[in-house]
Design a protein around this ligand. Structure first.
Ligand code: ZN
Length: 452
């Protein structure tokens, strides 16, 4: 039998490489590639030893999975409408962002609804978890608690207890005794996740795996197990900000890109049922450089403020600092403004930011970004009761985007009275707003900022 050769895996993104290198081509991480012993040598021969599997027709009706509601609407929404039994969920995020707090609150909520919940902490002693529960006022909930990292013992316990939900905090601390690698290594993390996911499917237990996003190559990040689970949620937000956003990046049982918005309070994470109001709450007086974007996050509209600052630069290549938006997209908008409208940003530093710490990835934000940039450059404020949205094409034309009416309705609900949108946007009913439709960026510049 030939010895299978070791492979090299990136501990940040899970890409496999044929040989070791200082930098991972896939994710650009430095010093993240580690050598891994092969998990198995694979099947030796695929003979006719298998048994035939049952097959069904395309029309065979499968009932929708029953779901358990946590009572925390923002969490249920991100899960696609509640917890699906026997599903595997990965919750990733930076250390210290509040994953354990949220999941302890979720476990308590599910337990209060009558679900049997187990919380296994590999990070903290049981006493520490109990202290947190006390601080959050959750001690009355019947959540069973364990502090363990040996997966064999954990699986035996889960098999005996058969909870409806088991939370494993975190997957990087778990280890399997038959694998000769340190806990947190790619092979341990993958093998432990595989065991837990298989257990979830076989025994009908919903499993939540907590994964810390890691910066150095010693500990494997949550991305290496993303492909094994049904649902991948990332917990985003800056430590300095009070908002936390739980985002579904993959969901077999619901829409991806759905977000749940939470606020960090003394009593734990409180859900924010109306995020638009929150993201716009601290808006100052109408100031140049600010534009309100009516966006869609998952299935609901969310209004955010795009802020721009444009200042003369002393650098040979001026600064382009972009937070919360795709910087490639911003460069394209700057190029279109220069080439199609004759408004250059050469010699100017550009700073762009989404207020509140939300990350906006919709191309529909183009017009609001252009609006904020122009407003900052021309020193002319956009009317404070106006929302903007629309995609900018390379020709400078404005393209209509989906869910126009939902965006306008949300804006109207929050007290906005006018909107600037691309021509041919689909508006049928009354929206309660004065809507200006623009064919292209040049028309927008002329209308809003004079001739430019
Ligand atoms: Zn990588």
């Amino acid at each position: 039998m030939s010895k299978a050769s070791n492979s090299f895996t990136c501990s940040a993104c899970g890409a496999s490489h044929r040989k070791w290198a200082g930098k991972c081509d896939a994710c650009g991480g430095w010093n993240t590639i580690v050598e891994e012993a092969p998990l198995s040598t694979g099947p030796k021969s695929l003979g006719a030893k298998g048994r035939p599997i049952p097959l069904s027709d395309l029309a065979t009706e499968e009932p929708a999975p029953p779901r358990a509601s946590s009572g925390i609407d923002e969490l249920d929404r991100v899960l696609g409408g509640g917890l699906v039994p026997a599903s595997a969920i990965l919750v990733g995020g930076d250390p210290g962002i509040g994953k354990s707090t949220l999941l302890l609150q979720a476990a308590a909520s599910f337990a209060r609804k009558g679900l049997k919940c187990l919380y296994i902490s590999g990070e903290e002693a049981a006493a520490q978890v109990r202290m947190r529960a006390q601080r959050l006022g959750l001690t009355d909930a019947r959540v069973r608690l364990g502090a363990e990292t040996n997966l064999r013992d954990i699986l035996t316990t889960l098999d005996a207890e058969r909870p409806a939900l088991a939370i494993i905090d975190s997957i990087q601390t778990m280890w399997l005794d038959q694998i000769e690698a340190a806990p947190g290594s790619v092979s341990q993390v993958r093998a432990a996740a595989h065991e837990l996911v298989t257990f979830a499917k076989r025994k009908g237990v919903a499993v939540v795996l907590v994964g810390h996003v890691t910066k150095d190559g010693q500990i494997a990040g949550p991305r290496v197990v993303e492909h094994m689970v049904d649902t991948v949620l990332y917990f985003e937000g800056e430590r300095g900000h009070q908002f936390r956003i739980l985002r579904a990046v993959k969901n077999r049982f619901g829409p991806a890109d759905e977000i749940g918005v939470f606020e960090m309070t003394g009593g734990g994470l409180a859900q924010v049922p109306n995020p638009s109001a929150l993201f716009l709450a601290n808006r100052d007086q109408p100031a140049p450089g600010s534009a309100v974007f009516a966006g869609i996050e998952g299935t609901r509209p969310v209004l955010t403020e795009i802020q721009a600052l444009v200042a003369p630069s002393t650098l040979a290549s001026p600064r382009r600092t972009v937070v919360g938006l795709d910087s490639g997209r911003v460069s394209t908008i700057l190029a279109v403004l220069e080439a199609r409208c004759g408004i250059p940003f050469t010699g100017l530093d550009v700073f762009l930011n989404v207020a509140g710490g939300l990350r906006v990835s919709e191309p529909a934000s183009d017009l609001a970004v252009a609006g904020a940039l122009l407003s900052a450059r021309e020193d002319v404020a956009i009317p404070p009761d106006m929302v903007l949205f629309g995609e900018i094409s390379l020709s400078g034309a404005l393209r209509p985007v989906g869910q126009t009416e939902n965006r306008l309705k949300e804006a109207s609900k929050l007290g906005f009275s006018q909107a600037t949108v691309p021509s041919h946007s689909k508006i049928e009913g009354a929206t309660g707003l004065t809507v200006r439709q623009m064919p292209d960026l040049t028309a927008f510049v002329g209308e809003m900022f004079g001739a430019g």
